[in-house]
Design a protein around this ligand. Structure first.
Ligand code: UD1
Length: 342
């Protein structure tokens, strides 16, 4: 039987796009998702894009017994891409233990099962949040991490440490952490994309929902930052480009190209864009008269961050290809498709 890639959280935003890219590259995929923040229809849409429906199991990976049973049922898992996690920064402040339990225990269970079942490779979803507000920009992989600003951010830092420490004493286990900058956009077919439950916390879903008339007005959180136009700067990476980085990271592990058995890479574009620039680009590309107003800063936000991608691009043989214009157009096409807007 063919070897399989386990994608945890494969019905979610980045997970679903990665399943598409893996299947396009010829991999057999098994998705595990508890559907706590995603829906089963995503798998139908993956099948429409790739002509192949991934195998699917619904459970939460923080459950030790269910995770162990899964690996007994699927003895051909060769590598794991671990997306499944809670990811809302504000919610994590309100529910810290839920975040620690879900995000840390699921990784612990997977690492233990990797050893028991001779699964050697894992790619992990980390975040640029581990850098906090860096002293020097852009951030390289050598930039020191800073204490996390939220329980969510702390789970990413602790998960990285867990993998580093586990790999140090288990030479047969290989892990790559990808530190994503700000993933945005949707698949060019508009069949999969980001679909947050309730009021969006992130910028681009709020922009597209405002454009669709679901939200009245976009609030821009602060225009008094030390940046050219006063609004905060991020490195927005297209979700399809980001998904392709996972495919090359998996291939790096399967082909034994890793330099050590725990590695981490920045995954961004290398370009910083301000909130105002993003909003203006969205208006220009879509022609929508987006209503926005400037309000006060959001607690916990950093001022500016963008990636130095030199090391990751050289090592992985990958780079971001899509422009922010096409990425924002794809986000709008997805929102229109979801809402039935012509
Ligand atoms: C945050 C986390 C990141 C996490 C990501 C996913 C931090 C520092 N960053 O990214 O680790 O992976 O969420 O949930 O914890 N903005 C507005 N109006 C809005 C929404 C956002 O002006 O309605 C601004 C924000 O102030 C920020 C920028 O847009 O400057 C991007 O915000 P957002 O999309 O929420 O991402 P981050 O906070 O950068």
């Amino acid at each position: 039987m063919a070897k399989q890639i386990l994608v945890t959280g494969g019905a979610g935003y980045i997970g679903s796009h990665t399943v598409v890219e893996l299947q396009n590259a010829g991999f057999d995929v098994v998705v595990v998702d508890d559907l706590s923040n995603s829906s089963i229809e995503v798998l139908d849409n993956i099948a429409k894009i790739t002509d192949k429906r991934p195998v699917f199991e619904q459970f939460n990976l923080a459950d030790r017994n269910l995770t162990a049973s899964f690996f007994k049922k699927y003895p051909n898992i060769e590598a794991i891409i671990h997306f499944a996690a809670f990811k809302a920064v504000g919610e994590s402040v309100q529910k810290p233990l839920e975040y620690y339990r879900n995000n840390l225990v699921s990784l612990m269970n997977l690492l233990e099962e990797m050893k028991s079942n001779d699964v050697k490779h894992m790619v992990f979803s980390s975040s640029c949040t581990v850098y906090g507000q860096p002293d020097v920009l852009p951030v390289t992989e050598q930039t020191p991490r800073k204490p996390a600003e939220s329980p969510y951010g702390n789970t990413k830092a602790i998960c990285e440490d867990m993998m580093r420490d586990y790999c140090a004493t288990n030479s047969s286990i290989n892990c790559i952490a990808l530190r994503y900058f700000n993933p945005i956009g949707a698949h060019p077919t508009a069949l999969i994309g980001e679909l947050p439950v309730g009021v969006p916390g992130n910028l681009v879903p709020f922009v597209t929902q405002t454009a669709a008339g679901i939200r009245e007005v976009l609030s821009i959180f602060g225009d008094d930052y030390d940046t050219p136009d006063g609004t905060a700067i991020r490195d927005y990476i297209n979700v399809v480009d980001l998904s392709k980085a996972h495919v090359v990271a998996i291939e790096r592990l399967l082909n034994g190209k890793q330099k050590s058995n725990y590695e981490f890479f920045n995954i961004g574009t290398g370009n910083g864009l301000s909130v105002m620039e993003l909003v203006q680009t969205f208006i220009k590309v879509t022609g929508v008269n987006l209503k926005y107003k400037v309000v006060g800063r959001r607690a916990g936000d950093i001022e500016k961050i963008w990636a130095d991608t030199t090391y990751g691009c050289n090592e992985l043989g990958w780079k971001a290809e899509k422009t922010v214009e096409e990425t924002l157009a794809s986000a709008w096409a997805w929102e229109k498709n979801v809402r039935g807007i012509k």
